[in-house]
Design a protein around this ligand. Structure first.
Ligand code: FE2
Length: 229
């Protein structure tokens, strides 16, 4: 489905002229209003170009890959929406697209978290809230870092994600397989590192550990700490 031919304008019965980002509909006052369902828009991370240890070519390629996830998330959501309207939810194509949605959506969103926790100019505030929580969860900051880096050097493609359990407040490092497997339910993402090969191979070849060192030199700790509950 071409993005160009979508107009995202939907006529529905609602009681408000609010701009929605979902497809929620209600029939309250019986007044016809136009609701604009906005597609996701790729964000601009060009400010990261020039970051030490990351070549311009690698970053530009990475931005292009990210933009592809944004495009595909919109396409999948749009196609599923149309299939729902057309009564095609029993089709195997609907099921397969539903399965794909988490992969594309997370491919978009995780890259946003990743680029947004890069470009930092200062180290972790060792007296700050995040440093304290890391020490609580792992015994020390150093133990957390060792665990995070070790997770990043595991074989496979995916992400290393520091999550905060919203129920206990505990911080835990997770391996995310590809984009969508083993995200912990009810947790908030604090820091994420891409370890797909496209994130480092152009600059570091097989030396993933060297990329991880470069990543650590550029973490925006303030962005990570701001995600903490
Ligand atoms: Fe990536």
């Amino acid at each position: 489905m071409s993005l160009d031919r979508r107009d995202f304008l939907k006529i529905t019965l609602i009681g408000s002229a609010a701009i929605l980002t979902g497809a929620a509909e209600s029939a309250t006052a019986g007044v016809k209003k136009e609701v604009r369902v906005m597609p996701y828009a790729a964000k601009d991370y060009a400010k990261l170009i020039g970051m030490e240890g990351f070549s311009e070519t690698l970053l530009k390629n990475h931005f292009t890959l990210y933009q592809g996830y944004v495009t595909n998330t919109n396409k999948v959501l749009d196609t599923l929406d149309q299939m729902l309207k057309d009564g095609k939810t029993g089709a195997p194509e609907f099921a397969e697209l539903k399965r794909r949605l988490g992969w594309e959506f997370n491919g978009m969103r995780l890259h946003e978290y990743y680029f947004e926790n890069l470009g930092g100019k200062s180290g972790l505030d060792k007296g700050g809230k995040l440093a304290k929580k890391l020490a609580e969860g792992f015994g020390s900051y150093e133990a957390w870092e060792k665990d995070f880096k070790a997770t990043g050097t595991m074989r496979g493609i995916g992400w290393v994600a520091l999550y905060q359990d919203n129920q206990s407040g505990r911080l835990i490092n997770f391996w995310i397989n590809e984009h969508d497997v083993s995200h912990p339910s009810g947790c908030s993402l604090i820091l994420i590192m891409d370890v797909f090969e496209h994130a480092f191979m152009l600059d570091y070849g097989l030396k993933r550990a060297d990329y991880i060192e470069a990543f650590f030199k550029n973490i925006d700790w303030r962005a990570a700490e701001a995600r903490l509950k």
